[in-house]
Ligand binder design. Sequence first.
Ligand SMILES: [Zn+2]
Length: 107
Amino acid sequence: MLLKVGLHTYDVTFPDVVTDQGKDVFGLTDTNTLTIQISSSVQHSLQVETLIHEICHACFYFSYLWKQNKPDEELIVSQMAFFLSSVFIDNPWVLKFIQEGRAAFIS
Ligand SMILES: [Zn+2]
């Protein structure tokens, strides 16, 4: 599946196993190849949170937050992903509102 983040388009795949430096992980973002992998072997709610987590990594990279003095990327991204996941799950209208706004913007 394709995922637009700003001007960039990521290829998102859902393989059974995702590894990072030899370790099994839930998800992985590569900003060089513009790819995101989400492990399909975990529960759906965890896939959702992981996808948002990886989207936050992409946002973190392209917003240049990493240029700040020693930012803790994993802490920032984890907190952003947790709260974004909760907001989207608890408020389904928000995603619809965003979609409707996008559709109005395109037409
Ligand atoms: Zn991470």
